[in-house]
Design a protein around this ligand. Structure first.
Ligand SMILES: [Zn+2]
Length: 453
């Protein structure tokens, strides 16, 4: 049991009472009672293998309570919640009274992966991403420059780990791609795989980098963009976590957090701090169970990965917002930040820490809607999209402290071969990259005056 028992009464008292008929196996019951998206191979989940499950008849508050309790709640709708759990964990929730049904497998069929630096059909490891950034910069010195922005937790402990890398892309002129917030050109920051298991997101960054350097001088849209704007990308924001994910090979481990083992007696993929709950803005109110998936850490900005991102943002984006929650960024404020996550097909704008409206809500939403013209995603706040609050996130930090127009993308559908955390690699180009390419270009093109889109 991963959760502390003391919280269970809260969930149970509020839950619907569903009785599994005698003589019917739990899996068969789950399959016959969940919704029409049920996959027949749910019966084939091996012991301990994670699957995606749907809880019906659950309120947003109840889902939030389960999440804070350590359940891996990944999406909340009007009266349903999607969770990741193995069959035993699902059975425990059912025993508590929740109406839970099997929804989809986590692992999709994958062709054998030959390359050393790939896993699960072609996804690139953290080391491959790092090598790629250096290769791109070496091959395109007039367009790209790499920066070591800090250390992963394991590296700070002398236990291997990684430097965290950013790449700056622009038609480099004197003064460009320097860590100085008063740059001549407006900037967009893009980060991915802050949640390590969201494996499609680093691949989207990889493709965006390729698209920019390959298109300069031939693609007019890309050429104009790189002549006018700096694009800063951190493809692997949580490299220790990505190493854990990739260590599973064709069954990637579902590590979400970083690899910090300082807190709690957590095992397996339950170790670490949720880096998207750890930021130094409105920190607190997320998970306090160190083994929970949304563990916020012991204090705001406690993790080296968080510190690396925050110092990068503060060094390249001007501070443009007053200190009050309702102080807007001015209409002529510049710069955009996008944190790419999966899944759900959402474009999320601040606030995520509260249901209250951000002072630039209308303008943030307008640019979100413009980006959504290419990917078709639902635009809204965290409460309006994923259905739960996410205090301490990167988007609220970048908007709340600097006034940068900030977004979280949740790429990819909820289920199916191209859905969930681990879409088949064959889905990457047509289902995940191509629908988001123009959304990212639109965001970058708006960097000069994002609140006037
Ligand atoms: Zn995420």
């Amino acid at each position: 049991m991963r959760r502390s028992k003391k919280h269970l009464a809260v969930a149970s008292a509020a839950a619907l009472l569903i009785v599994v008929p005698a003589g019917v196996s739990a899996n068969a019951w789950a399959q016959s009672n969940s919704n029409s998206e049920v996959a027949s191979d749910g019966l084939a989940l091996a012991s301990g293998e994670p699957g995606m499950w749907v809880i019906d008849g659950i309120s947003a508050d109840q889902a939030q309570a389960l999440l804070v309790d350590g359940v891996d709640v990944v999406d909340v709708d009007t009266d349903t919640a999607m969770i990741i759990a193995d069959a035993d964990e699902a059975e425990e929730l059912r025993a508590e009274g929740w109406d839970i049904g099997f929804h989809d497998t986590v692992y999709k069929d994958v062709p054998p992966t030959a390359a050393q630096d790939q896993y699960y059909g072609g996804y690139r490891t953290a080391a491959a991403h790092e090598a790629n950034l250096h290769n791109v910069a070496n091959a395109n010195p007039d367009l790209a420059q790499v920066f070591d922005i800090g250390d992963s937790w394991l590296k700070t402990q002398g236990q291997g780990g990684h430097d965290i890398w950013a790449i700056c892309l622009t038609n480099i002129q004197p003064g460009d791609c320097e860590r100085n917030p008063d740059s001549d050109k407006p900037r967009i920051s893009i980060i991915s795989q802050l949640h390590a298991r969201e494996i499609s997101t680093g691949e989207i960054s990889w493709r965006f980098i390729d698209h920019l350097v390959a298109g300069y001088g031939s693609d007019p849209r890309v050429t104009d963009l790189l002549d006018s704007t700096e694009i800063w990308i951190v493809p692997i924001a949580n490299p220790d976590g990505v190493d854990i994910v990739a260590s599973g090979g064709n069954q990637p481990l579902l590590q979400r957090k970083n690899a910090n083992t300082s807190y709690g007696n957590c095992t397996g993929t339950r170790i670490g701090v949720d880096l998207n709950r750890n930021h130094n803005f409105k920190w607190g109110g997320a998970g306090t169970n160190p083994c929970g998936e949304t563990y916020q850490g012991p204090s705001a900005g406690s993790e080296p990965e968080t510190q690396a991102l925050e110092s990068l943002f503060a060094s390249i984006h001007p501070a443009q917002k007053g200190p009050g929650d309702n102080d807007p960024a001015p209409a002529d404020a510049r710069d955009v930040m996008i944190s790419i996550h999966s899944f759900g097909e959402y474009i999320i704008h601040p606030w995520a820490w509260t249901t209250a409206s951000a002072p630039n809500r209308t303008e943030l939403r307008n640019l979100g809607l413009q980006m959504a013209q290419s990917n078709g995603y639902l635009v809204g706040t965290a409460a309006e999209t994923v259905g739960y609050l996410a205090p301490g996130g990167t988007d609220d930090f970048a908007y709340g402290t600097l006034g940068v127009a900030s977004y979280t993308f949740e790429v990819g559908p909820r289920w199916g071969q191209c859905g969930g955390f681990l879409p088949a690699y064959s889905c990457m180009d047509s289902q995940l990259w191509e629908p988001n390419r123009d959304a990212l270009l639109t965001a970058a093109e708006a960097a000069a005056v994002p609140y006037q889109s």
